[in-house]
Design a protein. Sequence first.
Length: 322
Amino acid sequence: MTASPSKLAQLRELSVVVADTGDYDAIKRLKPVDCTTNPTLVKKALDLPVYSDLLERELAWGREHGGENRTSTVNEVADRLTIGVGVKLSELVPGRVSTEVDADLAYDTQATIAKARKFVAMYAERGVPKDKILIKIAATWEGIEAARQLQLDGIDCNLTLIFNRSQALACAEAGAFLISPFVGRILDYYVAQGQTPASIDEDPGVVFVRTVYNTFKQRGSSTVVMGASFRSTAQIEALAGCDRLTISPELLEKLEAEQGNLPRKLSPAKADNAQVTSIDGDSFAADLAADAMATDKLASGIDTFAKDLQALRKTIADKLAS
């Protein structure tokens, strides 16, 4: 008797599965289509044996090329390690590797564009074409405007830290390749306010992603919706059929171990009618300011990403000094 397919196998038939990790062995085992990295994941990855040669090579580069400006050297080594991890991961996945622009540039359009172009050039020097990568940018107004220009240049972007409908619409209007609405962090906010949903269909993170998905499909937007930041397999199952879902190795393994029917929850053909309005800088700022959850989570998300980047740089500085 043939075993019934796992929920992960069923999910792969409905959505593109992305691994939210830089763990080489986990990606090799779980076989996602895409993967995504950030400074925390890069920092963790550097403790893995598979990256030891990369780490030693880039530290040697830093020691050889380091001048009087130690900060500049550390930052450059951090960039080289980030790209090095991405190159390694690009060998494993058939799709894209998302690489995050420095979070401390989140409110600087031109600096974000410059760093994105630098990353694309660094990948190209290492034999990875730009159609294998996504440049991950925080969805501030400045970040969205950077993505608008980068997309015109043929550089595909992943706009992250999406908590608000105006953010999502502005990204679509800017021509962003992909957005990452954060399911779990939205839920976290409301649970902390004492508002625990009675069912998965009332989970505010799930509701938000469904709303964005339906809106995009109704307006014929080509921007990909990738649910992110999951707290449970129930949240993932509730969004089966979403364009892409980026999932931690732990939750991927749970889905792989679970059986039972996994029905489609989202479909372009079943998208509900959604009122669509145009977004400019003023309406974006006003809508975000009126949304306490989105304001809090966008700011704290950028702060967390920036602290993670500083932690990566500190690790590098300590290793260069040893």
